[in-house]
Write a protein that binds this ligand. Structure first.
Ligand SMILES: [Mg+2]
Length: 399
């Protein structure tokens, strides 16, 4: 499970904390300004206004106050319940005016925080303050001096990212923050299972011809069964086949036999375990997203060893949705503590389920062709001959 991401922005007055945060939200709406609790008179915009009773309550429970500071006759609190809610809603962006505050949040609230120093020269603070009609420019400049003194007093503290807003636009600053965050984030890869990671087609063929040999089925009948269960194997499929063909066993019996025998026969395509290990070591988070019944898919994942080689698995019966529905991709991302908002890749052999579905979920896509020609429609980002080719492309490409 990934630790949640958050952004701590520190900077002198008029360095652009608000405008850069707005630009971040415009770039990706999961970024949202964290509003502190304020107890005291005056401006309420941008704060969650609290009462002295609430403040006393927070202070009474250890760990509920992550950081607190007072200015004039107001108290500002970074509170744990507020942070929990902010992380549930997305990526909180917190503004802090003291390095001590940055340290307190880093120490007091476990998350993958990106610390950002937004810097602008004193003259620019003066110019911006006058330009936006502040009546307290002298106080802003005093705060600029205090910020510089605070930085000098904490010279050992290293911010993850420093952006000078006298040279970078708010949009450029926001983009650099987003990039810095994504550079440290494990990238997301979703993989189809059947005929992408495992050679289901070969296993199904071997199983049905073995069954046919045991029960003396004609090759035509065996082929007809193969054609049906190659697309989808479930009880309904076997019921349809029993109604259509004279078969030696009931649908229930055949389905039970298939469940019992088939999973142990599946094999991964050559090189898949090493390729999965390598891409995960490279910083990718891998989740299998597959249509099918829970019991048989779990048995196949176990028998093939794939369950131990990925970070998560999402099976349609458990997710309550099948590819290409958006919700199964959302569930798959959530299985590894992610959302689809920051993108990722979907790799699979089925054009309609994996490529069309993946694209609609905002993912980049690779179609595993096994030598087939693309059937038409909006093309995937890459057409791979097999899954090793696909993983090589994903590893080499941008996120
Ligand atoms: Mg497939």
């Amino acid at each position: 499970m990934n630790r949640p991401h958050g952004v701590l922005i520190y900077g002198p007055p008029a360095s652009g904390k608000d405008t850069v945060t707005r630009a971040l939200s415009a770039l990706d709406p999961t970024f949202g300004l964290f509003s502190r609790v304020k107890v005291g008179p005056g401006r309420s915009a941008g704060y969650r206004m609290g009462t002295p009773e609430l403040l006393a309550e927070l202070r009474a429970t250890a760990g509920e106050v992550v950081y607190e500071n007072s200015r004039y006759d107001s108290t500002y609190v970074t509170d744990r319940p507020g942070l929990v809610a902010a992380f549930e809603a997305g990526v909180p962006v917190m503004h802090l005016g003291q390095v001590d505050g940055v340290r307190a949040v880093l120490d007091g609230y476990p998350a993958d925080w990106l610390t950002v120093l937004l810097w602008c020269p004193r003259e620019l603070t003066a110019e911006r303050s006058v330009g936006r009609g502040d009546t307290d420019t002298a106080a802003r400049l005093a705060a600029w001096d205090a910020t510089q003194a605070d930085l000098e007093a904490n010279a050992g503290f290293r911010f993850d990212l420093v952006v000078r807003t006298d040279t970078a636009s708010p949009e450029q600053a926001a983009e650099r923050i987003r990039q810095a965050l994504s550079a440290r984030e494990r990238r997301l890869l979703m993989l189809d299972f059947d005929d992408t990671l495992i050679d289901r087609r070969a296993a199904v063929t071997a199983w049905i011809f073995g069954y046919g040999a045991t029960y003396g089925l004609s090759p035509d009948v065996a082929r007809r069964i193969l054609d049906a269960i190659r697309i989808r194997a479930d009880l309904q499929t076997f019921e349809g086949l029993c109604a259509e063909l004279a078969l030696p066993e009931s649908a229930d019996r055949m389905w039970a036999r298939y469940n019992a025998e088939f999973p142990a026969t599946v094999r991964v395509f050559p090189g898949v375990p090493d390729a999965l290990e390598a891409i995960r070591a490279d910083g990718w988070q891998v989740v299998v997203v597959t249509n099918g019944g829970s019991e048989i898919q779990r048995a196949k994942l176990k028998a093939s060893g794939i369950d131990g080689l990925v970070d998560g698995v999402c099976i349609s019966e458990e997710a309550g949705a099948r590819k290409p529905d958006l919700s199964i991709f959302e569930t798959a991302a959530a299985r590894v503590g992610r959302s689809l908002a920051r993108g990722g890749w979907m790799v699979g052999d089925n054009a309609a389920l994996d490529v069309v579905g993946g694209r609609a979920a905002g993912l980049r896509t690779v179609w595993v062709s096994h030598g087939r020609t693309w059937p038409g429609g909006a093309e995937p980002d890459y057409i791979a001959l097999d899954v090793l080719d696909a993983l090589g492309h994903v590893r080499g490409g941008a996120r």
